[in-house]
Write a protein that binds this ligand. Structure first.
Ligand code: KG4
Ligand code: ZN
Length: 334
């Protein structure tokens, strides 16, 4: 099956061609520079930028796959959750293209796409797993019993882990999104320099909370403003904050995996790019005798390839033609 997928839920405009479970091409145009001026994503600007970029990005994906649109068997797009106006651009464009080609269209859940992204190009190896989805908008633990048989065990009750990276970074004066910069600065910092809380670490459940950590960094900087004048202290601060976030994510993921008797752990979403998270999750899984599948770095942040792979799997199971479906901005993973 040759399928075109579009993703426009937040600040990346992306198009991809997938063919029988393999990515033939993937084009991503990031709006990060546009939004960093405002310290976060501006929904109206994001939607306008998607409108501007969607056709060139789609043309790039088709050109790289050496494919005329007429050869497509189906079209897919992110249906939700996401910024309403941003979602509308990709969703309605994909529906219109599918309609004009008289081909099936399917809307895909953004988190479901993250959830299965560690299996891209290797779906035949799929096994029962415990999955950590960790991004700018969400942090959740999901028990995946089989393909499309999953159950959310826990999620953040307030800020997502990526949001915690971005907002604490903003307090330190770092540009949006601060996650990658904290990762870089933390490399030469001491993670034990400053002691920050590990929220809900010892909680019996699988939920997360990161707003208290953000607040404690805020009070710490209010009481120690000189920290920001010293480059090494900033690196230590980044390492200490990162260490608190990563410890909570790793400990709770491995604990949930053991409790549910799974042998495999997966992780996906933008924060899975974080090198400390990747390394510490790998070490903890090794120690616990669990196998680990991390989404490839370029597939961790938002992209249409993961939408396409899930769309293909769904269309193989059930023929759909959702021309009349609408976006679902607040759609939660069940
Ligand atoms: O999955 P994603 O592209 O968008 C959402 O669905 O939210 O994730 C973006 C998030 C941002 O919060 C960004 O700061 C974070 O992923 N991120 C990182 C790193 N790279 C991206 N956080 C920590 N370390 C990184 N290397
Ligand atoms: Zn995402």
């Amino acid at each position: 099956m040759l399928l075109l997928a579009l993703e426009t839920s937040c600040d990346e405009t992306s198009a991809a061609i997938v063919h029988d479970g393999v990515i033939r091409s993937s084009a991503v145009s990031s709006q990060i520079r546009l939004h960093s001026e405002y310290g976060g994503v501006v929904p109206e600007l994001a939607a306008r930028e998607h409108l501007r970029n969607l056709i060139p990005v789609t043309q790039t994906a088709l050109r790289e796959a050496a494919l005329p649109a007429e050869q497509l068997d189906a079209v897919a797009a992110t249906q939700g959750p996401g910024l309403p106006m941003a979602l509308l651009v990709g969703f309605r464009s994909a529906q219109a293209l599918a309609f004009s080609l008289r081909k099936p269209f399917i809307g895909i859940h953004h988190h479901e796409a993250h959830l299965y992204s560690p299996w891209i190009n290797h779906f035949e190896k799929f096994q029962r797993n415990l999955s950590l989805i960790v991004s700018g908008g969400h942090t959740m633990l999901v028990l995946v019993e089989g393909v499309f048989k999953h159950r959310v065990l826990g999620a953040t009750v307030d800020d997502a882990a990526g949001e915690c990276f971005d907002k604490t970074g903003k307090l330190m004066g770092l540009a949006y999104p601060a996650g990658p910069e904290i990762d870089r600065l933390a490399e030469q910092g001491n993670p034990k320099a400053y002691d920050f809380p590990r929220p809900m670490l010892n909680d019996a459940g699988d939920d997360f909370s990161f707003s208290g950590l953000k607040t404690s960094v805020r009070y710490f900087l209010r009481d120690n403003p000189a920290i920001l004048d010293n480059a090494q202290s900033v690196r230590d601060l980044c390492a200490s904050v990162q260490s608190a976030i990563v410890e909570v994510l790793v400990t709770k993921t491995v604990r949930a995996a053991r409790r549910n008797g799974v042998r495999c752990v997966t992780a996906s979403g933008g924060v899975t790019c974080n090198r400390a998270l990747r390394a510490q999750l790998a070490a903890a899984c090794r120690q616990a005798g669990l196998s680990l599948r991390l989404a490839e770095q370029k597939l961790c942040t938002d992209n249409a390839a993961m939408i396409g792979i899930v769309a293909e799997q769904k269309l193989r199971r059930e023929a759909k033609c959702d021309y009349d479906e609408d976006i679902m901005p607040g759609w939660q993973l069940a």
